[in-house]
Design a binder for this molecule. Structure first.
Ligand code: BGC
Length: 888
């Protein structure tokens, strides 16, 4: 008998989440076991409030006959705030085998903002003769009694904060409370401090800096969200006898500034160790000369428990070289463009200033290049205390860099003394793609590093220059790739709620979310605002998250209505602000927008978003909307054709992007389609098989070529090393994805200083083609979230093997193909409790074996259908090894 059970219990996508606020949480688990065709037939969930032995239950689902193992909703009594809920699950399989119970927990935060009793505390530093740039330290002592059962801190800030308790830094979270549309939604965090609070006197400390709230952001000077930082905190002590005490932020707290003289998201940090206040967060510290705090009247209505995973230090790197540049500067090379900060230890006389300037690239002479950072200084400055070995690590600023210029470091610099701390939202990595071409593998690594660098609280355009904003266009272009590489469900759920919160009353969508461009009239560009529709739909496909679709549906619909109501033509989108095919190579001189007319692109996206809206309405059973928006899409497509396509099928715009969008969004049909396909191929030939596409055309280029039967051309583009191509940057030594195809030229010169990020994931959207086409792992909209997987490996010239593995909500999905000694070997893994349709390319039934056995006798193969030159198999879950002679 095969082993059978379940594992990886998750509540709202997370393992044992603490401090969440979902009122009807959903549970998911994975079935485990060897063998084929593992299928859940029944499940049972029990939930108890605070009782790990499950003797008193708040909910018992009973035995439910169902094969659903993800997103099962809690249906028990209403949940309370600040409560630990234990839950356990057992399942039965189709053969009646029963698993053991597996238990996990989740804990609620303060779910209702009206429950907060703390007060916002702040300090007007300037009025108190302190530098307004310096970080604040706030503290309070308190007494704790005997027999403490549990202690929890609930906290947030206007600004960014870190906590200390009894002299200890409290947790690994960085940049709390994250970045949201602060006036409407501000996340609160929950910390379990049961083990740190001690009987008798304790002290609690809060370090508070500007962050996104008060620091400069986008083109805005300081104070974009508000001109006062503030902190809000409640510490709940619960004793074994049931007694409760609550310590809150109020006017009894004290405040002062300390060693952090300046901390800015863009500019770095200045830290004077001589101003450290030793033991400031311990109870014995003497704070009589500290200032009283003042109370800020800010309201609580925007408070929500944390929705996405916090930012953490996710890995550490050591420098690989110390370079002495032609300009005579000392530069550490970390070998990888990344995001985070550098720590070091040093022994130097008091007052020594050590400065670290961060940059992504060196110029053609080998000197540090910082022009592309524009106004962002990315510099940390440390003033030594002297006499001892000191350690410095910045807290409230992050840098995008590979190279670090060090000045002021005394004596010989040892590589050992420096460490780079890579930070990003603590997302689980879920995808691997690898193939026989090392440059493609490097490209894949660059894509993942681009994601690491830019998934910091929200999907940003870049992490180094003076933007680092949640550009909607970049996010929608990359989301599908992102969802393979990492589990981004809660990350994007939170961001989409901000999108919705900042959506204009007329349905318009800001080009950055949270909206940092209000009043600039730069909102709702095609391909940017469409994130409102494309992102929830993609998450539905990848995670089967119907609730999210439901939650975002109004926002999706409003977006489509916004387009419909814009300008004076209901079925064309030919007015309003547009970015066009951003950074396309066919852009006229002096413009960032490619040659494809903006109204062509906009109308194509109008049709595409309407199409996805129809699909969402179908999933949700909104029949009226299905009819209404099917009709709207039909009209838009009709007018698209009237306006942009000649009767004979010539597009008004002879660009690759125009052709790719028309084909990919299904805007042309029959003979017109055939002609457009043909023209796309001709356009490629005319440009010597070189791409010319920008942000909006590129993501669809290789998949469109694949769909029109020219995967050979897609392979050519993907494997090309010449400029312009994905591998061109790899050839130039890139370790992340560049914003521009020609970010740095072969002679080391730069295309421009103005708009030249070396860590911009948009063109990394090719990752989706590697996963979905080359290795062939794709979703099925009918059974989304990989309940059913479509796998169609697509070998092509230039590769002799490729494989991808993806950790779906159900478990691993894998596809590997390898051509060796005239044989094709294909390995497939389908997670338990899922099924798959697998297409074996160029395969005859008589020739193929699975694990050495003829297909007809193979367990788990439900159906075999010959389809053109391929063989289509319907498979049960499990691992399969197919083999057949390979001849084209
Ligand atoms: C950003 C882009 C963004 C664009 C809008 C740029 O400055 O870096 O990635 O989408 O503005 O066109």
């Amino acid at each position: 008998m095969h082993r059978f059970g379940l594992s990886d219990l998750r509540c709202e996508y997370r393992v044992n989440p603490v401090g969440i606020g979902v009122r009807i949480p959903r549970f998911s688990w994975k079935l485990t076991g060897t063998g084929r065709g593992i299928k859940q037939s029944n499940y049972q969930i029990q939930v108890s409030d605070g009782d790990p032995l499950f003797q008193s239950l708040t909910w018992d689902s009973g035995q439910v006959q169902s094969d659903q193992s993800v997103h099962i909703q809690y249906e028990g009594k209403p949940l309370k705030s600040r409560t630990v809920y234990h839950y356990r699950v057992r399942v039965w399989d189709s053969q009646g085998r029963e698993s053991d119970w597996i238990a996990a927990l989740w804990e609620t935060g303060i779910m209702d903002s009206a429950e907060w009793t703390a007060q916002w505390i702040t300090c007007d530093l300037e009025r108190n003769n302190r530098s307004p740039e310096a970080s604040q330290m706030l503290r309070k002592t308190f007494e704790a009694g005997e027999s403490l059962l549990s202690a929890r801190i609930y906290a947030t800030a206007l600004g960014i904060y870190e906590l200390e308790l009894n002299g200890e830094r409290l947790n690994e979270n960085k940049f709390s409370p994250g970045w949201t549309s602060y006036h409407k939604r501000l996340q609160t965090q929950t910390f379990d401090v049961t083990d740190t609070v001690r009987r008798g006197k304790n002290a609690i400390g809060i370090m508070l800096a500007d962050g996104w709230y008060k620091g400069r952001i986008g083109g805005h000077p300081n104070n974009f969200y508000g001109d006062q930082r503030a902190a809000l905190l409640e510490l709940h002590l619960i004793y074994e006898d049931g007694k409760q005490e609550v310590i809150i932020t109020d006017d009894s707290w004290r405040v002062d500034t300390g060693p952090i003289l300046m901390a800015s998201i863009y500019d770095g940090e200045t830290y004077d160790a001589r101003l450290e206040k030793d033991g400031w967060s311990s109870s014995s510290y003497e704070d009589s000369n500290w200032l009283p705090v003042s109370i800020l009247d800010h309201g609580m209505q925007m408070l929500i428990p944390q929705e996405n995973v916090p930012t953490r230090v996710m890995r550490e790197l050591k420098p690989i070289a110390l370079l002495r540049t032609p300009a005579g500067e000392d530069i550490l090379d970390f070998g990888q463009n990344m995001v985070g900060w550098v720590s070091y230890s040093v022994k130097a006389p008091e007052g020594t200033i050590i400065e670290l300037a961060h940059s992504e690239v060196l110029d053609r002479d080998g000197n540090l290049y910082t022009d592309n950072l524009r106004s962002a200084k990315q510099t940390t400055r440390y003033v030594c205390r002297g006499g001892v070995i000191e350690y410095y690590e910045p807290r409230f600023s992050f840098q995008g860099f590979r190279y670090v210029k060090v000045t002021g470091y005394p004596g010989e610099m040892s590589l050992e003394a420096f460490t780079a701390h890579v930070i990003y939202s603590a997302l689980d990595e879920t995808g691997v793609f690898e193939c026989s071409d090392e440059s493609i593998n490097k490209l894949q690594s660059n894509i993942v590093w681009g994601q690491r660098g830019n998934f910091l609280e929200l999907p940003t355009d870049c992490p180094q220059r003076d933007e680092r904003l949640g550009y909607t266009g970049d996010a929608q272009v990359f989301i599908r790739t992102a969802a393979f590489n990492m589990d981004v469900a809660s990350f994007f759920t939170k961001w989409l709620r901000d999108l919705k919160a900042d959506q204009l009353p007329n349905g318009g969508v800001s080009n950055t979310v949270p909206d940092t461009l209000p009043g600039w009239d730069l909102h709702s560009a095609a391909g940017w605002g469409d994130a409102a529709v494309i992102c929830p739909w993609t998450l539905y496909l990848c995670y089967g998250d119907k609730r999210l679709l439901e939650e975002q549906y109004d926002s999706m619909r409003l977006w489509v209505e916004f387009i419909r109501n814009l300008g004076d033509h209901e079925f064309l989108w030919n007015s309003g602000f547009q970015f066009g095919d951003w950074l396309a190579l066919d852009a006229p001189a002096g413009s960032y927008a490619g040659a494809t007319p903006k109204d062509f692109i906009a109308t194509a996206f109008y049709a595409h978003s309407t199409d996805l809206l129809v699909r969402a309405a179908q999933v949700l059973g909104y029949e009226e909307d299905v009819a209404k928006y099917t009709e709207l899409r039909k009209k838009v497509v009709e007018h698209f054709n009237l306006e942009f396509v000649s009767k004979n099928g010539r597009l008004v715009s002879p660009t690759q992007t125009a052709h790719v969008l028309a084909l990919s969004f299904g805007l042309v049909e029959d003979t017109v389609r055939t002609r457009v396909e043909q023209s796309l191929i001709e356009l490629l030939e005319q440009s010597d098989n070189k791409l010319t596409t920008g942000f909006l055309g590129t993501p669809y280029l290789c998949s469109t070529l694949t769909d029109i039967g020219r995967i050979d051309l897609a392979y050519k583009l993907a494997l090309s090393r010449d400029f312009p191509s994905w591998l061109y940057s790899v050839e130039q030594g890139a370790t992340t994805i560049w914003e521009h195809w020609d970010g740095q030229n072969a002679d080391g010169s730069f295309w421009s200083a103005d708009m030249n990020s070396f860590n911009h994931y948009a063109f990394g959207a090719i990752g989706d083609w590697f996963y979905r086409v080359v290795s062939g792992i794709d979703t099925d909209a009918e059974k989304s979230g990989f309940k059913h997987t479509r796998i169609r490996p697509r070998p092509g010239e230039g590769l002799n093997y490729a494989w991808a593995s993806f950790q779906s909500m159900y478990g691993e999905i894998l596809s590997l193909w390898r051509i060796e000694d005239g044989m094709m070997n294909i390995q497939i893994i389908l997670a338990p409790n899922t099924t798959g349709t697998v297409i074996l390319p160029n395969c005859h039934q008589e020739e193929v074996t699975e694990g050495g056995i003829r297909l007809a006798e193979t367990e788990g193969v439900r159906q075999v259908i010959a389809q053109d030159k391929d063989l289509r198999l319907e498979l049960d879950s499990g691992s399969y090894q197919f083999q057949y002679a390979w001849h084209l």
